[in-house]
Every structure is written in structure tokens, then in C-alpha cells.
Design a protein around this ligand. Structure first.
Ligand code: AMP
Length: 414
């Protein structure tokens, strides 16, 4: 299957070619034909599957086929997404894929002055990517009208509900014209999402890309059973391996993210944090430094990391394991993107063992136990299911301390 066979037109094919996209991903090959026809779409696809292009390409193609007249300043497509990082990234994708279409995109999000955003809006934009709060603010101030929107995209709807944006979404919907197309994307489909989608979609075509997609399968996973107090030492130990050129480390709280950064910097490991307490410009700077490989380790909390898309990110380390299994899938989806491989390691203390059990249930497989490290806790087999025969053996072995200085290995034992 090629993009050409999906009837993608030349200006877009040219930019996709420049991006190095040769074949559509599953979500793209299934969603694009539906969206191009103008139908409503309910798509279940997790991050890393290529979902952004799955909505951006048809939006660009349909709007580009019928450009607005010179001087007209209608917002013709609105994309609503939960975080600023995602908004910036989606806007960047529209610019990349749409660079030969003549369409103009911009983004509005909170945490920064609205001045520049308003200036850009005044010049006229075809495609607006927004986070809910700033969008409503600017609508209330009369800077944004949604009355000409032809395509409404709701991105990461599940996260949006988790973050309490349901009322904002309802308000935004009310400002849209009666007739418009809606493309609804969510990584997961809990009951609340199905209910929301029923209330806003008309006769939608449904596309579901399995969570156990090849993208996730391409990620090598491993768990380290370790006491909470030893996590710091384990992290430093793992990062001694120069083979890990860059790593994204997740913590549950902003405070812990800052602490991990301090710890690593003390060890001369170049690290920066990205979380909600940082100003937007500090977050962008940290992300930029990480992408440019000026910073080796980026320490992030879940919400801040939602939009992080770093080409060729090879390592994700869960310094703390999330208690929502879906969050684990999102986190590790930062690596192994679009066909490349990656490694996701999780540090699991006694409290987090239950979380790992839930995660294994969700992803439908056992995560191999990394037992060759000097901080391994005994009896870690309680965290893995009975079917994992290796556990009891490995816990016995763990009682023997490895001589220090031996290189850590990231291979699994399975
Ligand atoms: P997303 O799921 O939209 O966050 O996309 C994940 C990553 O896949 C991004 O880095 C995209 O640039 C990349 N990508 C999207 N579509 C393709 C494709 N058809 N071929 C190769 N890479 C892609």
C-alpha cells in the first residue's frame, strides 16, 4: 500500500516523501479514505501509530482542494488536543505535511502571552490547533470564531476527559456550525468516551488499531525489582552505560522529576526536567535541548510528556511505575515509534508490583525480569504470574551479589 493508492494528491505526496514516509501506517491506511470522503470518524489508536498524519493528511487535502479566497480569514479546521506540547507538535505536523498546499496553520495554548497568538490569528489561519482553555479564552475575547469550521478534530479524547476538559469540549462544540465533519481520536475507549463520541458524532465509521500494535511489539521491555531507596543508585548505574545516548525518564510527580534531575546532574549526567510547573518556554527549551542531544536525559511527568515526539528515542525508563496501565503504554510509546526499535525499563518497588500485574494484563504479555543487577530484591516472582518459571530461579540467583563494575545488560532472559 502506498500513499498514492490512498488518492493523496501531489502537493501532499511530495512533502510526505520529504518526511521519509514511504508507506502509510495501519491507522493511516484505514482512516484516511474515510476522512477524505467527509464522513465522521471514531478512531481508537494510541500514540506512536501515526495518528496525527491520519487526520492531518485528509484535512489538508480536503481544505486544499477548495482554498478560501484571498482576504478571507475563516478558520476552516479546528484541532483540539489536551496539552501544549501536543498542540505544538500537531501544528508542526500540519506545516510539514501541508508545506506545498498554501494552507496556513497556527496554534494557541496557555502558559504564554496571548499577544503573538492573537497577531497570527488576525493574519488569518485555515487550521487552528488548540488546547481547550486558551481556545475558550480567545473565543470569549472575540479573537476566534468557530462558525466556519468544516472539520473538527478531537485528539486524545480519553486524556482530555482525564484532565477534566469535558465541559470545555461541550462549550467548544456548541460554537461549531451545525454542519461539520468530526474526526474523533482516542487511545482507549472507556465507557465515558463512547458516550461522548455518541453525543457528537453522526453515523461515524469506526477504526480500531489494536493496542498490541507492531509499534509496541517493537519495544524491548524489562522490569527491575528494586527497593524504593535503591532506585537512585540503579538509575545512575544504568546510565553509566555510554551506549544509552539519550533516555526519557518518567516520574509520577513534579517534585520527584526535579529530584532525579538534581541527582543526575550531581553525577555529571546532563539532565533536565519537563513538567507542568515549568514555564512553557522552559519546557520547550528542555525539549529542544533533548532533541538536539545537548541534554542526555529528559525527566518528565506524564502530562508534560504527552506530546513528546523525539525521533530515534531508544530508551524510556519508568523510574516510577504508573498506576494506570494505559499510561504505561503511552509512556513506552515514546520509543519504538513508526517501526524503529526501543527499550523500556521499569523500576518496580513493592507497592508498584500490583501496577505491573495490571500492565501485563493490559498488554497481554509478561515483561521479562532484569535480574542481573546488584539492587535486585529477592522474591520478585510474586509480581509475575505463575507461568513465568524463570522468576524463582532468578530470585535465588539475586541473593548472590554480582561483583560491582560488571556491565549491566539490557537483554532479557526470555
Ligand atoms: P504519532 O502517532 O502521530 O505521534 O506519530 C508517531 C511518529 O511516526 C511520528 O514521529 C511521525 O513522524 C511518524 N510517522 C507517522 N506516519 C508515518 C509513516 N507513514 N511513515 C513513517 N513515519 C511515520
Amino acid at each position: 500500500m502506498s500513499f498514492k493508492s490512498l488518492n493523496i494528491t501531489d502537493p501532499i505526496l511530495r512533502s510526505l516523501n520529504e518526511e521519509g514516509y514511504s508507506t502509510p501506517t495501519e491507522i493511516q491506511s484505514r482512516a484516511i479514505p474515510i476522512a477524505l470522503k467527509g464522513n465522521d470518524l471514531l478512531a481508537s489508536a494510541q500514540t506512536g501509530t501515526g495518528k496525527t498524519a491520519a487526520f492531518a493528511i485528509p484535512v489538508l487535502q480536503n481544505l486544499g482542494a477548495n482554498p478560501q479566497k484571498r482576504g478571507q480569514k475563516k478558520i476552516r479546521s479546528l484541532v483540539v488536543t489536551p496539552t501544549r506540547e501536543l498542540a505544538i507538535q500537531i501544528d508542526e505536523s500540519f506545516r510539514n505535511y501541508g508545506r506545498y498546499t498554501g494552507l496556513i496553520g497556527t496554534t494557541v495554548y496557555g502558559g504564554v502571552s496571548q499577544k503573538r497568538q492573537v497577531k497570527k490569528l488576525k493574519k488569518g489561519v485555515d487550521i487552528l490547533t488548540a488546547t481547550p482553555g486558551r481556545l475558550l479564552d480567545l473565543m470569549n475575547q472575540g479573537h476566534i470564531s468557530l462558525s466556519d469550521v468544516e472539520v473538527f478534530v478531537l485528539d486524545e479524547a480519553d486524556r482530555m476527559l482525564d484532565m477534566g476538559f469535558i465541559h470545555d469540549i461541550k462549550k467548544i462544540r456548541k460554537a461549531l456550525p451545525k454542519k461539520h465533519q468530526t474526526l474523533f481520536f482516542s487511545a482507549t475507549m472507556p465507557r465515558a468516551i463512547v458516550k461522548l463520541s455518541n453525543s457528537i458524532l453522526h453515523n461515524p465509521s469506526k477504526v480500531e488499531v489494536e493496542p498490541e500494535s507492531p509499534t509496541v511489539d517493537a519495544i524491548k521491555q524489562g522490569v527491575y525489582f528494586v527497593e524504593k531507596k535503591n532506585k537512585k543508585a540503579l538509575l545512575i548505574d544504568i546510565l553509566q552505560d555510554a551506549g544509552i545516548e539519550s533516555a526519557l525518564v518518567f516520574t509520577r510527580t513534579k517534585r520527584n522529576a526535579n529530584n532525579v534531575v538534581k541527582l543526575l546532574n550531581k553525577q555529571n549526567i546532563n539532565a533536565e526536567a519537563i513538567h507542568g510547573n515549568k514555564s512553557q518556554s522552559a519546557r520547550q527549551r528542555a525539549l529542544g535541548n533533548f532533541k538536539d542531544q545537548k541534554t542526555r536525559v529528559l525527566v518528565a511527568t506524564d502530562i508534560a510528556a504527552r506530546g513528546i515526539d523525539v525521533d530515534e528515542l531508544k530508551y524510556v525508563i519508568n523510574y516510577e511505575v504508573p498506576n494506570e496501565p494505559e499510561t504505561y503504554v503511552h509512556r513506552i510509546g515514546r520509543t519504538g515509534r513508526a517501526g524503529s526499535d526501543g527499550t523500556a525499563l521499569s523500576f518496580v518497588d513493592s507497592v508498584e508490583r500490583a501496577y505491573i500485574r495490571d500492565i501485563q494484563k493490559l498488554i497481554g504479555k509478561q515483561i521479562p525480569v532484569m535480574d542481573e543487577h546488584e539492587f535486585a530484591t529477592a522474591n520478585h516472582n510474586t509480581a509475575v504470574s505463575q507461568s513465568n518459571h524463570q522468576s524463582s530461579n532468578s530470585s535465588r540467583r539475586n541473593k548472590k551479589k554480582r561483583p560491582s563494575g560488571r556491565k549491566r545488560k539490557f537483554r532479557s532472559r526470555r
